[in-house]
Design a protein around this ligand. Structure first.
Ligand SMILES: [Zn+2]
Ligand SMILES: [Zn+2]
Length: 295
């Protein structure tokens, strides 16, 4: 989809000598009682959960239906096939454990995860980093996706991943955009010359055999995601559908995530409660709870 450089239809009309709007897509401002334009644009925009209280300006597309036209055909084909394959293997449930990622949590999770995604935690002195040394036990074979939003984290990931027996094979880049589809620029003053407009996700493989023998779909997705900045360190939705297309029959685990996703088991201190449909995991969770009660 192509967006008009003037953003809104009003500005476009004012800029065109003919007084007409162009054929590109335009945005419209959505204002509420508390909206105060001097506070700027809301960066989570679509994902802003408090639109009515938030003072920032929110936007919507003038003609949201045009979006559907631009979703490539292969997306439907692969997603439908993936949904069928997942259903056949009971892999479509949304499961979560609102626990800190510690030894107890890792024991409940068990092993056999073909896909693990890690939102690398911030505090490196923190025990959560230490616990990451145990990631090696979560899988014997499969793919690892590890997010690094800073150069420091990227270095940490590059160092850590081989220690878990994984080999780095790819790198996905998320180019963060604002609601109006411009490149996002962080304004945090502690940052250096550059504006933290992107995030890396390292892709790594572990297995006894050749990765070419794994049941992966190949040559489908681009390794660049251009998508809006999300609130609370959430990763773009695109990565989940990308992994779905890449490896539909996999058992998937996300560590330190901030949202629950169908087909995934999410273990994180950033979500509340728990929901587990995996019988074995349920048993291990019950054992942990009774152990905690008696101690
Ligand atoms: Zn225009
Ligand atoms: Zn907002």
């Amino acid at each position: 989809m192509l967006y008009c450089p003037h953003d809104t239809a009003d500005k476009c009309r004012a800029a065109n000598k003919s007084g007409n709007v162009c054929e590109l897509s335009h945005w419209k401002e959505v204002t509420f009682q508390n909206t105060n334009p001097s506070t700027g644009d809301c960066i989570p925009n679509y994902y802003c959960k408090k639109r009515k209280e938030c003072t920032n300006v929110h936007y919507e597309l003038e003609n949201p239906h045009v979006l559907a036209k631009y979703v490539p055909f292969f997306y439907y084909v692969n997603v439908n096939r993936a949904i069928e394959q997942r259903k056949a293997k009971n892999l479509s449930d949304c499961q979560w454990l609102g626990l800190n990622v510690n030894n107890d949590a890792l024991n409940v999770l068990g092993s056999g995860y073909n896909v693990i995604m890690i939102n690398t935690p911030n505090d490196e002195s923190n025990s959560s980093i230490e616990i990451l040394t145990k990631v090696a036990d979560l899988a014997n074979e499969g793919l690892l996706f590890m997010w690094a939003e800073t150069t420091k984290k990227l270095e940490f990931c590059r160092e850590q991943i081989p220690k878990w027996g994984y080999k780095i094979i790819d790198d996905i880049v998320w180019v963060k955009t604002t609601p109006l589809q411009r490149i996002y620029r962080s304004t945090t003053p502690t940052q250096g010359h550059f504006t933290s407009s992107k995030e890396h996700c390292l892709v790594a493989y572990k297995g006894s055999g050749d990765i070419r023998t794994m049941p992966l779909n190949r040559q489908i997705d681009c390794d660049v995601i251009v998508s809006e900045m999300r609130p609370h360190g959430q990763k773009p939705d695109e990565i989940y559908s990308m992994i779905e297309r890449l490896y539909p029959t996999s058992r998937k685990l996300e560590l330190f995530g901030s949202k629950k996703t169908p087909g995934w088991i999410t273990c994180s201190p950033n979500i509340d409660g728990f929901q587990i449909t995996d019988r074995e995991m349920q048993k291990r969770y019950e054992t942990l709870k009774s152990k905690n009660k008696s101690s």
